[in-house]
Design a protein around this ligand. Structure first.
Ligand SMILES: [Zn+2]
Length: 394
């Protein structure tokens, strides 16, 4: 994180001062209890609390509100409630919420300072249980016990110049500070590691394109990996489909299952999944099938092709009723897609005559896939009709 050159050097100067034991635990406990009840702390109260724990920060002229603002913790005006109905003047003062004070103390501890956030954390944490969202300070509090002493914080100075030498300092409670200094001896970068910090042995996540589903994701990142796996499995279930008992029960003798706007959702979804693959392969950015298709079966009919044994969805195609201005209304084969293992196995040939019987001399809408072009040419269908329109089935 970037902070001002001045503040970074104040923090470093404070670390170089000898550490002395701060105020007693009992005093801190009393003070924390009182401020927790008041919920908001004024500048002088916050400074008193922090400087009692870490006098070195006061000695180097650090102001805790400046630290809060550096961390983007909200500083707000708070007011005493009006005492009289007619009261017209109110004087407020800048304050910070007690939960953000906890966040600030935890951050100072991560930087190796001898502050004591535990007392406040213990009071704030039970308040977080019912919350749906947590702020950054509340996240610090929530993770405090498990992450204490394990952190690594890196601060860099804005316009700090180039480092010429390094210094290392170990605090009395085992935090390791590594600083980089410029030619004038000013600190340009400070790294603070907790006494229990262990460098992660896991390699850094990197962008990776899956050779199978072609999705690019951050490999090595757990959440990205889970999302990819979910997508990958859905994708592969269409590309390398396995037996589907529900489909098997429907495909029977004809080897196709008709799907239209009145079909069950899972069949409309199966059509959509295959339309999506067609779109990807031909580099469209949209699928030509909608799970919530508006056109009824008189204007839009899809088919799911079965494998030879009828058990598996091998692919799909869709016909639409077209009413173009310059040609007579007719059905058109809008798209067709087969899973790679079922290509060049005569599936379309098997159904071609029954499609012609049902839809007449339907058009083959372009763009045609390479397989469809090859199929059309084998049947003597030219890719563009004499009038320049889409090829017509025969
Ligand atoms: Zn994949």
């Amino acid at each position: 994180m970037m902070i001002s050159d001045g503040l970074l050097n104040q923090l470093w100067e404070a670390h170089k001062l000898p550490h002395r034991n701060a105020s007693s635990v009992v005093v801190t406990e009393h003070r924390v209890a009182a401020m927790f009840d008041a919920e908001w702390m004024h500048r002088f109260q916050l400074n008193d609390l922090v400087f009692d724990m870490e006098p070195r920060l006061a000695h180097c002229g650090i102001d805790c509100f400046t630290l809060a603002r550096t961390l983007e913790l909200p500083v707000r005006y708070t007011f005493s409630p009006p005492r009289r109905k007619t009261q017209a003047d109110f004087s407020g003062s800048e304050s910070i919420h007690v939960r953000d004070v906890a966040g600030l103390l935890i951050w100072l501890e991560k930087l190796g300072f001898a502050v004591e956030p535990a007392e406040l954390v213990a009071r704030v944490k039970p308040q977080l249980n019912a919350k749906r969202y947590l702020t950054d300070s509340e996240m610090f509090v929530h993770l405090y016990e498990t992450q204490r002493g394990r952190s690594e914080v890196i601060l860099d100075a804005q316009d700090g110049g180039s480092p010429v030498r390094d210094e290392v300092l170990t605090t009395f409670h085992g935090y390791r500070l590594e600083v980089r200094l410029n030619s004038e001896g000013r600190c340009v970068s400070l790294r603070a590691r907790g006494a229990r910090h262990r460098a992660s042995r896991k390699p850094k996540p990197f962008d990776y394109k899956c050779p199978e589903c072609k999705q690019t994701y951050s490999k090595g990142d757990r959440d990205a990996g889970i999302l990819h796996r979910r997508y990958h499995n859905k994708w592969m279930a269409v590309v390398r489909p396995g037996p589907n008992p529900k489909f098997s029960a429907l495909s029977t003798a004809t080897g196709v299952v008709q799907v239209d706007s009145e079909s069950p959702l899972w069949l409309r979804q199966a059509m959509y999944d295959r339309a999506l693959h067609f779109a990807r392969e031909l580099h469209f950015d949209f699928a030509q099938w909608d799970v919530e298709e508006k056109d009824g079966p008189d204007r839009c009919v899809g088919f799911l092709f079965a494998s030879e044994d009828g058990s598996t969805i091998a692919g799909a195609c869709a016909f639409r009723w077209r009413e173009a201005q310059n040609s007579s209304p007719a059905w058109a084969l809008q798209w067709m897609w087969l899973a790679p293992p079922y290509r060049r196995r005569g599936i379309l040939t098997r159904h071609w005559q029954s499609f012609i019987a049902r839809f007449g001399a339907f058009q083959l809408e372009r763009p045609l896939s390479a397989a469809m072009r090859a199929f059309a040419s084998r049947r003597g269908i030219s890719e563009i009709e004499d009038d320049g329109g889409d090829p017509v089935a025969r």
